[in-house]
Write a new protein. Structure first.
Lengths: 244, 272
């Protein structure tokens, strides 16, 4: 208990240090460029304290829960030796964490408006909802598929650079034939799916898996899942734009 | 009082995001692995910290950083501000006149990345599995430089009106060349860095900057030009982290200028 409190206090100090650069940047710009008032000081101070405490709590919980459970499950699945369950786990983790992601829901709603304005779909609420839902499922499916591919890559030792660079070449190719309004949404979709809770879990899954397989190095084989999870949605959304 | 209500609302939201994942993980462990989660009590407490921490972090950002950052992005791209600084109307401005925008993009991209929780998580893991060879701060600063430079260049693109895929294409060409030369152990981590940066803190501010710019600059549309900054923010960290790996090797070679070491590429992997 006393040890945990000590660790938490240390995390608070680290968070304070992590947030200092932002405070300095905002402060300097406010003072020297705008020379304006900085808003209500007490509110700012209270908000700042919440940010520091929140970040410290998150990092503390990360070490206590997200990392151990992700790695533990990866070890257990590797020991079980069932590729089926490993792949199922990877897909559900990717699909499940993306499909409910608030940032994604916001982006697809925006996309439906853009598509309706461009005349690609009818501007009735039903048509827009259907389009947004289709897009959301596409992105979630893309992330799930990316994690399957990523897990298979760790198992079968495929080359990550070839997959990533090949993937982005495909993205550039599809960009040139996709309808113009979908491009922005597609590039944004890659960013919105890699949320703060998903990243540690997925990283732990990759590293846990690579460290429990013989002949795999956690550093060279364990990382790479996030890269695939960020790439696949761009690809799938561009395809969705071309097909839909 | 309002802050307390807001905090509770944000904590409830983050619980709604995290709980389904937690239920899935616990159920999977129970039903497929067939054993209870080891130290499940500690893990449940950890999840509680994650939920509360994320909620407080977001409510605090909403209270302080986001409104200020959005306001600044708006002010910096305000035609009146640009006119006051350059003494010319917005129609007469050339891309060099937007220097405050580039500087702000660089500084805000760099500093928000350092506070990005997902990046802290990945750096902690990279530090751990590399046996301390990859420094937590080294990696984070490398990523932050990449995001800062990327966002700054992305702003230049919006102002100058060049097509997005020219930059992305050129960027990936650089990545391909670097990948063939950089030490192997840094490559997957570098690719991951691209996806990690685009989460909680950086995206809202960078998006506000992009939208503000594309509204202010004549001839740009927020729908077509406002995006793309996130793509820059994910591409450039790959380049900067690969460069970080290459620099570490270079430094190592200079410090022990023993000629036979040069012929052993496996030595490179210990240099980081």
């Amino acid at each position: 208990m006393k040890e945990s409190l000590h660790a938490l206090a240390k995390d608070m100090l680290t968070s304070l240090r992590d947030l200092m650069p932002v405070v300095v940047v905002i402060g300097v710009f406010q003072l020297f460029v705008f020379q304006g008032p900085t808003g209500q000081l007490t509110e700012m101070l209270a908000g700042g304290l919440l940010v520091v405490a929140g970040l410290a709590f998150f990092i503390f919980g990360l070490r206590l829960a997200l990392f151990p459970i992700g790695e533990g499950l990866a070890h257990a699945l590797a020991k079980k030796g069932s590729v089926f369950w490993l792949v199922t786990f990877a897909f559900v983790l990717g699909f499940g964490t993306s499909v409910a992601e608030p940032a994604l829901i916001a982006v697809v709603a925006e996309a439906a408006i853009v598509a309706a304005n461009a005349g690609h779909i009818a501007s009735s609420p039903e048509a827009m909802d259907a389009y947004a839902f289709g897009l959301r499922m596409t992105v979630a499916f893309a992330v799930g598929t990316a994690l399957i591919v990523g897990v298979l890559r760790i198992l079968l030792n495929w080359s990550l650079p070839i997959m990533i660079i090949g993937g982005y070449m495909l993205v550039l190719l599809l960009t040139s034939i996709a309808p113009e309004e979908i491009i922005g949404i597609a590039y944004d979709a890659g960013g919105v799916t890699t949320s703060t809770v998903t990243v540690p879990l997925v990283t732990a899954l990759g590293i846990g898996l690579a460290s429990s397989l013989k002949g795999r190095n956690p550093l060279t084989d364990g990382f790479g899942l996030i890269a695939l999870a960020a790439l696949a949605p761009i690809l799938f959304v561009l395809l969705y734009g071309i097909v839909a | 009082m309002e802050l307390v209500v807001n905090s509770l609302k944000f904590i409830a939201n983050s619980a709604a995001d995290v709980l389904p994942i937690m239920v899935f993980l616990f159920a999977f462990q129970r039903l497929v692995i067939g054993s209870p989660i080891p130290h499940w009590r500690r893990i449940a407490v950890g999840f509680l910290f994650v939920v509360v921490g994320l909620g407080l972090f977001l409510v605090g950002l909403e209270q302080t950083l986001f409104p200020l950052g959005r306001l600044m992005a708006k002010q910096l791209t305000d035609p009146d501000f640009l006119q006051a600084i350059t003494g010319r109307g917005i129609e007469a401005l050339v891309w060099q006149d937007y220097y405050w925008v580039y500087l702000f993009a660089l500084a805000i991209g760099f500093s928000t990345t350092l506070a990005e929780p997902a990046l802290i998580a990945v750096s902690m893991k990279a530090h751990e599995v590399s046996g301390g060879a990859i420094g937590i701060w080294g990696l984070r600063i490398a990523v932050a430089i990449g995001v800062g430079v990327g966002v700054s260049l992305g702003c230049y693109r919006i102002i100058d009106g060049q097509p997005l895929h020219y930059f992305i294409g050129a960027g990936y060409l650089v990545v391909i060349i670097q990948t063939s030369m950089a030490p192997k152990i840094i490559v997957p981590l570098a690719f991951d860095s691209g996806g990690v940066t685009t989460s909680t803190v950086t995206v809202p501010l960078v998006t506000a900057l992009g939208l503000g710019l594309s509204e202010a600059v004549p001839g740009r549309s927020p729908l077509l030009d406002g995006f793309g900054l996130v793509a820059f923010a994910s591409l450039f960290p790959i380049i900067s982290v690969l460069a970080y790996g290459q620099l570490a090797v270079l430094r190592d070679r200079i410090s022990k200028s023993d000629p036979d070491k040069r012929d052993k590429p496996e030595e490179d992997n210990h240099a980081l």
